[in-house]
Design a protein around this ligand. Structure first.
Ligand code: ASP
Length: 337
């Protein structure tokens, strides 16, 4: 076939091939709608997202609703109730991504209750992807988000006062099995502080479209200005509507180093199940430095176009929540170390 004939042939067959592929993936996607989220705190988050999904709403609206639910909580590690940085200031990170690879994020934003909705505005109203710090806050206020007081929550005040006694910067994160009252009890450190609880969620709607969102106050007692993986597209969240979506929780620096969720999605593209894709991403971190990996936690969570999901973590203790027509429960993730 000469080049001209080949091009002509391609032009004729390309729409047919595309149609076949989308028909195939739509046909196979039996488990929809579905929403999955990090940690056991994902159960009420999934419930908020499910309200949207079960009413035939979009995955994008669902993940925003789920993340907002978490941000409304006042005693946690997400939103303004989260733990502050080492200067005593709560700074929030969030991102959102839809089935057309539209995405938006805010990082280090202060005094704004719903960073995920600001991230969505960045996505929908600006030509940019990420706004940070004072600029993000200014954009939020200009778009009608009220400026909150910035006062620490009671538990954050207590934890910060405790931390100030030594002021040690030990970004050890999520070694959840340090002190547990049960398999899914809140994960406290020995000094009583709760170190993390980043909310990452991904969903597939009735149209077979994927979206995801992440929201967090980041690592407790971080350096002012530190940004973790959570608002970084490809690190804390990645969505590819042909393949699947993934999110992460844990020590963000390690996730950024390997472009963690992008890697998970690429492994799924190669044909790995969500669980194996997450496992291979964890292995990528561990391979670089096993000794270091023993001291830190990262967990990945993924969903593919068939509605299959899976997770993997470096350490024991990572759990995730799933809501679909078939189930509404918490699962324990497998782990490497
Ligand atoms: N990944 C978040 C960060 O590094 C923290 C977490 O997941 O708890 O900021």
């Amino acid at each position: 076939m000469n080049r001209r004939k080949f091009l002509h042939f391609s032009a004729l067959t390309a729409p047919l091939l595309t149609a076949t592929r989308s028909f195939a993936s739509g046909f196979e996607a039996a488990n929809r709608p579905i929403v999955i989220s990090t940690w056991d705190s994902g159960m009420p988050v999934n419930a908020a997202a499910w309200k949207v999904l079960s009413a035939k709403g979009s995955a994008l609206d669902a993940v925003e609703a789920g993340a907002r639910h978490m941000e409304d909580r006042i005693d946690c590690c997400v939103g303004l109730g989260g733990y502050p940085d080492r200067d005593g200031i709560v700074t929030l990170d969030s991102c959102i991504m839809d089935h057309q690879s539209n995405c938006g994020a805010v990082a280090g934003i202060e005094k704004i209750k719903h960073p995920v909705s600001v991230a969505r505005k960045v996505m929908e109203k600006t030509p940019h992807v990420i706004l940070v710090g004072a600029g993000a806050q200014q954009f939020a206020v200009e778009n009608g988000f009220p400026l909150e007081s910035g006062e620490l929550s009671e538990s954050a005040k207590k934890a910060y006062a405790e931390w100030l006694k030594k002021s040690e910067y030990k970004p050890v994160i999520n070694i959840e099995n340090k002190k547990q009252n049960g398999p899914f009890a809140p994960q406290f450190f020995d000094d009583g502080t709760l170190n993390h609880d980043t909310m990452g969620l991904v969903a597939m709607d009735m149209n077979n479209d994927l979206s995801g969102a992440v929201t967090t106050s980041g690592m407790a007692f971080k350096i002012h200005g530190r940004v973790g993986d959570s608002p970084i597209i490809g690190a804390g969240l990645f969505v590819d509507n042909e393949v699947g979506a993934a999110t992460s929780s844990g020590l963000g620096e390690e996730v950024i180093r390997i472009c963690g969720t992008h890697l998970v999605v690429e492994f799924m593209r190669q044909g790995y199940s969500p669980e194996l894709a997450c496992k291979k991403a964890c292995e990528r971190i561990v391979k670089r430095n096993l000794e270091k990996a023993k001291t830190l936690q990262v967990g990945f969570l993924a969903l593919n176009k068939k509605g299959q999901y899976g997770a993997y973590a470096i350490q024991k203790g990572f759990v995730f929540s799933v809501k679909s027509e078939k189930e509404n429960q918490i699962h324990q993730s497998k782990y490497l170390v």
